[in-house]
Write a protein that binds this ligand. Structure first.
Ligand SMILES: O=C(O)CCC(=O)C(=O)O
Ligand SMILES: [Fe+2]
Length: 303
């Protein structure tokens, strides 16, 4: 029963001038009103999304000791019970794997990735998914820039080779005897500029709407859910606020849930200062410093 707006990204990536402007203003209005919108036509092939769900499930099914061989840094594996929302001292009921930019000709990256040996197709699948989500994220940021009266390319150099992260999440069946105060993901705001979320695999995601009600977020299997994070709220002086969201424990069968958020984040040295035309009282801070402060608050290693 959600009335979250839906958009077809092809209106922007392939449309004429008027369609592109209409897309951009609808997107920004939707993000202002709800903080979340749903997009189709995003260019991420459905077959790649299905391959990614399969590779993710195959990885998380490995023995704990094998997964933990890649733990300890921001990229790679984060075991169950580590991350907690900053407003909560109880850990979330999830494990995850994180992937950053791979180096490419002409593109230096800030940190190398680590890759598991199994499943064999993991690296190729998630490198392709990262690139496709990065392209879609770039188009969404171009639309936001357009609506804010900026050059459409405004964000391009700021995010190229930056700290963007693809997170593969696994919420296992809630273990017996779990502290009743623990949830799959406690209420939080994302840290980054925007998040593109592949999350059609199992219900549970809810957003806090501007009227203070929790709304279930429903999307089709091929859709991507998009929300704004705290970095975007900061550089727009709150014009695009970050929306509070959570993942609740299953009401029905106690089964695993898999999702794949992609956090679009600038290069570390980019200053988080108000966009031209936006006002903010927050002190300018680099994206790298801000990210590391926030990661520490949620129990994760520095970027
Ligand atoms: O699993 C989901 O659907 C949402 C995950 C999320 O909000 C996050 O990792 O920041
Ligand atoms: Fe989130």
């Amino acid at each position: 029963m959600s009335s979250i707006p839906r958009f077809d990204l092809r209106e922007f990536t392939g449309g004429g001038d008027a369609a592109r402007r209409e897309f951009a203003s609808g997107l920004v209005a939707g993000l202002k009103r709800y903080g979340f919108i749903v997009v189709s036509g995003h260019g991420v092939p459905q077959a790649l999304m299905e391959d990614a769900y399969r590779a993710s499930a195959a990885f998380f099914a490995l023995p704990e000791a094998e997964k933990r061989r890649h733990a300890g840094a921001l990229r790679g594996y984060t075991p169950f019970g580590i991350e907690h929302a900053r407003q909560s001292d109880k850990p979330d009921l999830k494990e995850f794997w994180q992937i950053g930019h791979e180096p490419a000709p002409g593109l230096t990256v800030e940190h190398p990735n680590t890759w598991p040996e199994h499943p064999a197709e993991f690296r190729a699948t998630f490198t392709a998914l990262f690139d496709a989500l990065f392209d879609a994220g770039g188009s969404l940021l171009s639309a936001i820039a357009l609506d804010f009266g900026l050059e459409e390319e405004f964000f391009d150099a700021r995010i190229a080779g930056g700290q963007s992260l693809l997170r593969l999440l696994h919420y296992p069946p809630v273990p017996e005897g779990t502290d009743p105060g623990c949830v799959r993901a406690a209420a939080h705001e994302d840290i980054n500029l925007i998040t593109l979320l592949i999350a059609a695999n199992g219900a549970g995601l809810e957003l806090l709407d501007r009227d203070g009600r929790w709304l279930p977020v429903e999307a089709g299997r091929e859709d991507i859910i998009v929300d704004t994070g705290d970095m975007m709220a900061r550089i727009t002086g709150g014009v695009l606020p970050a929306t509070t969201h959570r993942v609740v424990n299953p009401a029905g069968p106690n089964v695993s849930r898999y999702s794949m958020p992609f956090f679009v984040q600038p290069r570390s040295e980019v200053l988080l200062e108000p966009l031209p035309g936006c006002r903010s009282d927050a002190e300018p801070i680099t994206a790298g410093e801000y990210l590391n402060q926030r990661l520490k608050e949620i129990g994760l290693p520095a970027a």
